[in-house]
Structure formats: structure tokens, C-alpha cells
Design a protein. Sequence first.
Length: 348
Amino acid sequence: MKKRHQTCFGLGWYLLAIALTALVMLLCVCAGSVSLPIGESADVLLRLITGRAQDSAGMAAKIILPVRLPRVLCVALVGALLSLCGACMQGLLRNPLADGSTLGVNSGASLGAVIAIASGFTLPGFPFAGTMVLAILFAFGSLVFVMALVYSLDQSLSTNTIILLGVIFSMFASSISNFIITFAGEKVKTITFWTLGSLQGSSYQNALVLAVTLVLCCAALLTHTRELNAFAISEDNARSIGVDVRRVKLLVLIVVSAAIGVCVSISGNIGFVGLVTPHMLRRIVGPNHRRLLPACVFGGAIFLMFADLTARVALRPRELPIGVITSFVGSIVFVFIYCRSRRKGAVL
């Protein structure tokens, strides 16, 4: 009876999460510099889903299909990926403040992408693959470098040391990026707006790349929820139950770095998504990664869609970079988590 209850609860939660995500996506498609009726927008999306997109006509179809829908899809997928990566890093490192932003991974990936854009580095047949490849390589290199430096200075991997060195590395990577931007010529405006995070001009091709990345990351990470639960207690606990600590840690770090690199190459540097959503959802679904990781996929998508919606409508017709919104919210949550950890007497 207990197992049956848990299964029903899980199925009900998934249906609720899917419905809520779809509702927020519809809202984001309707709102913008030009507001569209919900009914008309829903009809356009329904025709698209049923394969009758060619029957759609009118202003709503001309705005939604080529412009808003690919952007909203990319926003949702980037939010899902960044949130999933943040939850995995927090579990792996036993650190509630671990995130691509606080560990310097985002800045490293951004540096790789800036180098690719400024130098015009591309791969034949794949227009934005050069930016993506360098972003992934720099993201992984940054994470390995920061964690190796932390371990050499403080083998206890305390929060203070990790965050301090992560911030220092982020400043170092940002300084190199700014140096490159100085000599970027006519590409300065593009790079500057991109480094603040923006999904303006996203395409269905971008959405497909992000969707494939999300599927592969979920396949790799959701099969290791047991190991992440063990890591969340301690590495010794993970070893005691037979976990190959080195293999699992390397796998998670590679997957997380690749996911962040793909996101940064498409959306720019969007910070704190992986910090905010896992922390909020851990209070709702608990610390068990078997439930937390799927929750972060939906929660991250919803959070970033709301952030993008705010960026589009707050000062319309002008548009804010989405990174401005997430950094504002994330910095407040960061201080809250840090102060709460201090009050509880956590080892920092």
C-alpha cells in the first residue's frame, strides 16, 4: 500500500509540474512588447502540435511561430539545464552555495565563448559549434582548476574556501574577457550584451540542441541519484556502499560542464539559476535526488521563463538582459542561504 501511495503521489506531481510548465509557457508566449490574446495564442500552439501550423494566420501566428515560441522553448530548456546542474553540484560537493556562478564555471564558459566570437572561430558546417566547443572546454577546465586549487589549500572543501576561490576565478576570467572585448572592434556590442545573458533571436535549431543536451544530461544524471544521495552525506558514506567515487565524480563534473557550456554558448552568461531553484525546491520535495532532480528540471524552466518575461515587459518596449534579473534574485537568495548556514552553525 505504501509503494502504491508513493507511485500515485509521484504521478500526480509530474502531471501537476507538466501542466504548470505548459501554463507558464503559454503566458510567456502571449506577453511581450505586443500582448496577444490567450485564446488566439493557444489556438496557434494547438495547430502547431497537431501538425496544422500552415493553417495558422494573422498577427499572432506571425509573432509566435518565428519569434516568441523558439525563444520561450530555449529559455525553458536553459533554465532546466542550469537548475539540474546546480542541484547535482550541490549534492556532489555537499555545499548549498555550489553553482556554476559561484564556482566560476559560468565565467570560464563565457570566456571560451568570448574568445570564439572575437576570433571568429567556427567549425565547418556548424555555424555556432565553435562557440559551443570552446565554452564546454573552458567550463570543464575552470571547474577542474577551481576544485583542484581548493583541495590543495583546504582538503575539507569548506564553503568559505570554495566560494572565495570561485569568486576570485570568476573575476580573473571576467578580466580576461574584458581585455578581449577591448580589441573586439565591431563585435563589442554583441559580446557585451551576450555576456549579460540574452536569448533574443533564439532559433528552433538552438532549441533542438538544448533539448538533446537535456535528454542526454537527464539520462546520465538521473541514473546516479543513489550515488548523489550518498555524496550528500559524505564521500566516506559513498565508498561504504560501494560507489566508485572517482568515476562518479568525474562523470558528474563532465556532464555538468558540458551542459553549462552548451547553455552559455547559446544564452550567454545567466547566473544563479542553479543556486535559486534547487534551494527552493529542496524545501518542497526534500533532499532526495530521485525527486529533487526531476523537480529542478521543471522548476528551473518555470523560474527562467518568469525571469525572461520580466526582462521583456518590465521596461517595454525596451528589453533587459535576462542575466540582470537572475543575478538580482540570486544575490538575495545567496545572502539568505549564507546567513542561514551561519545561524545553524554550519562548518564554513
